[in-house]
Design a protein around this ligand. Sequence first.
Ligand SMILES: NC(=O)c1ccc[n+]([C@@H]2O[C@H](COP(=O)([O-])OP(=O)(O)OC[C@H]3O[C@@H](n4cnc5c(N)ncnc54)[C@H](OP(=O)(O)O)[C@@H]3O)[C@@H](O)[C@H]2O)c1
Length: 297
Amino acid sequence: MQPRHLVITGATSGLGLAAVRSLARHTDIHIIAGIRATSRTETLTKAIPSDRLTLLPLDVADLTSVRAFAAQVIASGQKIDALALNAGLQFSRGDLRSPQGFELTFATNHLGHFLLYTLLAPVLAEKAPVVTISSGTQNPNETAAKRFGFRDGVWTSAAALAQNAPDPTLPHDQQGRDAYAASKTANVLFARGMPRHAPHTFIAFEPGAMPGTGLARTGTLRTRLLWHTLARLILPHMGGSTPRRSGRVLARLLTTPGLPPGSYTDFTEGVGHPHPLTADPALQDELIATSRALTRI
Ligand SMILES: NC(=O)c1ccc[n+]([C@@H]2O[C@H](COP(=O)([O-])OP(=O)(O)OC[C@H]3O[C@@H](n4cnc5c(N)ncnc54)[C@H](OP(=O)(O)O)[C@@H]3O)[C@@H](O)[C@H]2O)c1
């Protein structure tokens, strides 16, 4: 049997690691994981036999690193059967910068992944699943995200968000939340807009609140304590999820042929609630054109 090759970012912890554990059950799957720090790979290397795992360096916030990673994947000569654009962080402020000078949340959660997809597109199998990881925070009118301080109205334009958090006059922590929600809106605009431009199966996945992952790592001590203790006990019973549960769904999205391109799926495998603005082709195309220009494709 020919092995299937899957590229994934952010597989050292949380959702990405859980997805790899689930994918490891398919003995024909080979994982190519983009890894920022080799010191964080111990758990991942235990999740799947070593002859079915390739680790390559990748800082997805750094466009130079993305180019080097993509070049190594292409040089391997493998056709890629699925791409999981999973790495992501939420920062406690909105004024951090990527190596190329972009707002760091937007650069990490969207722009680097946009470039990665574009560079790998020629070696992706026809109709290969390309999954972005969004979040209920992109539509706080529909979810509990409001309780965590997320708000509506954070999408300005890709051109503006690449430079600054939606409102740089707000306190740092709100800027951080706004930048995160905006980047997760970009993940949906990308998945819903790209089917007009390319033949792959773009899907935006909403994994639900998964307390205990590394996502809150730059938050205050109180936030981190809550995220790793109380939230872990309570949220899965209040409409939230766990990395294990959502990882299984992500693994299925990456391995199930024939899913509808441009769809938005949540961790219950139902149709989620993307923000209505993400259906606007003009906003989708502004994101795609701006991302092409910023990554100089
Ligand atoms: N947790 C939630 O409740 C939740 C809800 C909705 C959506 N999500 C989304 O789910 C995805 C996974 O997050 P998680 O909750 O599993 O958090 P996590 O445990 O912190 O995992 C994030 C992963 O992304 C990697 N990463 C971060 N920045 C990177 C960079 N610049 N270059 C390369 N890798 C980088 C991390 O690698 P390192 O080991 O190097 O740090 C880690 O492997 C994210 O897109 C997040 O936005 C999470």
